[in-house]
Design a protein around this ligand. Structure first.
Ligand code: FES
Length: 320
């Protein structure tokens, strides 16, 4: 297996957004421009202790990108990633990151964009809202937080360009301002697309309330695979690599990525949970049992995330 090429950045600024969330501004060590990105993109951050995590970029892209901003919530059950960022990373430190990747893009075909952000899930949606405001697009940004003091990037939300589009739901706030998910999502206005990012329970609640929406209008960015997600193992099958004209067996306890690695074909991976899209390749998506959380319904017809997905039957054809 291999990781994607990394970039080195310097931690320019660390600011406290809430008691649990720090914002990190990352810049090129010699002040050069960084690779561009689109709203909704994320980067992998390789941090002290050997951890690697994906973080969404929390600011709309500009023509010349001088820095990236990410928000990192210290998770109570952190396996080390968020704790490492909070405790061990200081301003001036150098970090290795991936170039931005976007598995959560704005859909150009949408007439209205409904952005649903829970807690730290605001980061990609804030970038999207800023990008939509800049182009004069129709959108609503619904932000759910426990209270004012748990609201990350509050200054950016107060920007007059976002204010007319913002609906704020504070659990500890005035009951009249709370958002009823089922009422909000009961009817889908024509050509509206829904984007959601937040903790697992919030994502589940939004998806359940929007279960009757067409699948291709629902877009979700997960921080972690849901606890009831399928694992990457199952029945054995064969990968048929159409371009090479060979077949590769995948054992019951193996992922497709591991099986390809055994025959000398390295597929780049990062999250290995079906979240980030790094391992996605072209193939017969109709023949796949998709277990990812990053492909849309239409992408699944011709793409497969190899770190987790398997064949529906005995064989899966890939354009490799
Ligand atoms: S490695 Fe992230 S989706 Fe497969």
């Amino acid at each position: 297996m291999s990781l994607e090429r990394t970039l080195t950045v310097r931690v320019e600024r660390i600011s406290r957004e809430t008691p649990e969330i720090l914002a990190f501004e990352l810049a090129h060590p010699w002040g050069r421009a960084l690779p561009g990105y689109e709203a909704g993109a994320h980067i992998d951050v390789h941090m002290p202790g050997g951890f690697s995590r994906q973080y969404s970029l929390a600011r709309a892209p500009s023509n010349a990108v001088s820095s990236y901003v990410i928000g990192v919530k210290r998770e109570a059950e952190s396996r080390g990633g968020s704790a490492s960022m909070h405790e061990r990373v200081r301003e001036g430190d150098l970090l290795a990151i991936s170039a931005p990747r976007n598995t959560f893009p704005l859909r150009e075909e949408a007439g209205h964009h409904l952005l649903m952000a829970g807690g730290i899930g605001m980061t990609p949606l804030l970038a999207m809202a800023q990008a939509l405001a800049a182009r004069g697009a129709s959108f609503t940004l619904c932000v759910f937080a426990r209270g004012e003091d748990h609201l990350a990037f509050a200054d950016a939300l107060r920007n007059p360009a976002l204010a007319p589009h913002l609906r704020l739901h504070l659990d500890q706030g005035d009951a009249s301002q709370r958002i009823d998910l089922h009422a909000l999502l009961a009817e889908r206005a024509p050509n509206t697309h829904l984007y959601v990012c937040g903790p697992g329970g919030f994502m589940k609640a939004v998806r359940e309330a929007a279960a009757h929406w067409p699948e291709d209008t629902l877009h979700a960015e997960y921080f972690a695979a849901p606890t009831d997600a399928n694992t990457g193992t199952g029945l054995p099958f064969t990968l048929r690599l159409a371009q090479r004209g060979i077949s590769v067996p995948v054992a019951a306890d193996q992922t497709a990525v591991d099986a390809l690695h055994e025959v000398g074909i390295d597929i780049p991976v990062s999250c290995q949970q079906g979240l980030c899209g790094t391992c996605v390749v072209e193939g017969d998506g109709e023949g796949a049992e998709h277990r990812d959380f990053c492909l849309t319904g239409s992408e699944r017809r011709h793409k497969v995330a190899l770190c987790c997905s398997r064949a529906k039957g005995r064989e899966l054809v890939l354009q490799l």
